[in-house]
Design a protein around this ligand. Structure first.
Ligand code: FES
Length: 425
């Protein structure tokens, strides 16, 4: 008689050399039974885990990923790698939920070298959980093509996500419980939404419209996002010069879509000497003509001359330096130093580095936003204020800190900020 097919999840395990791997060894030597369907990769510390390992595992068909480390406080390195692992795993779980994967497919556990039984228990438990969830993608009702697209877009954003996790989301807490509390807080949720989820949505939209121009309804269907969200993300991308709206066809297209040579040509056609009208800028660009390696340098020099980088100038830089416009946009939109929107008469900068963050900069940013009616990266309709937030302004003991037109103001409360902004004539 034909036997029923039994699903055996494929699991990839990353074990810390000093504790979990030794625990696995003990488990084997002691002949404890546990599911044999996990392949193991040994790392020197659980803190070495990189989100690239996790998403690549899923992309290559793993149904679950296991990370095993030393118990908190017992990491063998002064960096306390297992706390870094908690932070990274939490961000990865949020990303998984965002792309529709069940976060339970990723498990972080602590197993010491003497806990052979515990190793057998956690692997058995993970195997049971994955059996309940079913194969990757199928269990979530996502077709393989969509799943591949979603994981690949996350992977393309990983360098940025790792930077954000390290600079903005990693907080010096001393207990595991404090970490879990922080990652469950609304403060983290908001930060994740603004810094990662929105960026990922823009990234997905760009990947889709790079294939071919699409309507807002089509994007909404493909990404499972409401149209209002699509419009919001498209507006952000358009403000940064990454996409454009073809009104005659009612389609959204990538600004530098190779297919749409016309779009690049159109953009180039818009470059009239009058639009630039600044001999100094022409001079800077001409100095580095045909030298693609000088791209960042040119962008910095041009920005210091013009205060911001309009699309016309970026197109000109692309042509003169012989760098594809897509690459120019990639660099200009990746580094916070570069401004793709004009500045207001008063440039407000609120520090959101770790120290200022812990001293309440989030509240300060929210109240400044409310007072002047714009979000970070925007300029108000009267061109009076523009608002920026940044990582560290170097005055951590004075946090939360705010700069208005180059003047530093320390220990700023929302009330003080209101008084200062009222003085801006
Ligand atoms: Fe084991 Fe760091 S050495 S988690």
């Amino acid at each position: 008689m034909k036997k029923d097919y039994e699903f055996r999840p494929k699991i990839l395990g990353f074990l810390c050399n000093w504790c979990c791997y030794a625990g696995a060894d003990l488990c084997g030597i002691s002949r404890y039974q546990y599911p044999p369907n996990m392949k193991v990769i040994r790392l020197m510390c659980s803190g070495r885990i990189d989100p690239q390992f996790i998403f690549k595992s899923f992309l290559n068909g793993m149904d679950g990923v296991f990370i095993g480390g030393c118990w908190p406080g017992e990491c063998h390195y002064i960096t306390e790698g297992n706390y870094l692992a908690i932070s990274m795993i939490q961000v990865c779980k949020k990303l998984m939920a965002l792309i529709g994967l069940n976060p339970e497919r990723l498990r972080l556990e602590w197993v010491s070298a003497s806990e052979g039984v515990r190793y057998a228990e956690v692997i058995t438990d993970l195997d049971d959980t994955l059996k309940g969830l079913g194969p990757l993608g199928k269990g979530e009702d996502i077709d393989p093509e969509t799943l591949k697209f979603r994981i690949e877009t996350v992977m393309s954003l990983l360098p940025y996500i790792k930077l954000v996790e390290r600079e903005r989301m990693r907080v010096p807490l001393e207990t595991e419980a404090a970490y879990h509390e922080y990652f469950a807080s609304s403060e983290f949720e908001q930060m994740f939404q603004e810094l990662i989820a929105d960026k990922l949505a823009v990234c997905q939209i760009m990947a889709l419209i790079r294939e071919k121009p699409r309507s807002s309804a089509e994007l909404s269907n493909l990404l499972g996002l409401p149209s209002s969200e699509i419009s919001r993300h498209v507006n952000i991308a358009a403000r940064q010069g990454m996409c454009r709206f073809d009104e005659s066809k009612n389609l959204i297209a990538a600004a530098y879509h190779q297919d749409a040579d016309e779009s690049v040509a159109e953009a180039a056609a818009e470059v009239k000497p009058a639009a630039l009208g600044n001999k100094k800028i022409d001079q800077i660009i001409d100095t580095y003509k045909g030298n693609p390696g000088a791209l960042i340098h040119v962008l910095m020099e041009v920005q210091s001359e013009n205060q911001w980088l309009p699309k016309e100038i970026l197109t000109l830089i692309s042509e003169k330096l012989d760098v594809p416009l897509g690459r120019v946009m990639q660099i200009a939109s990746f580094y916070k130093t570069f401004r793709l929107t004009p500045k207001g008469r008063y440039e407000i900068h609120v520090c959101n580095g770790t120290s200022c963050h812990l001293r309440g900069s989030e509240r300060l940013i929210a109240s400044v936003q409310e007072m002047i009616g714009i979000r970070p990266g925007e300029m108000d309709a009267d061109s009076k204020f523009s608002l920026e937030t940044g990582n560290c302004l170097g005055c951590c003991t004075l946090g939360p800190e705010m700069i208005i037109d180059g003047a530093h103001h320390g220990r700023i409360s929302p009330d003080k900020a209101q008084a200062l902004l009222k003085n801006c004539a």
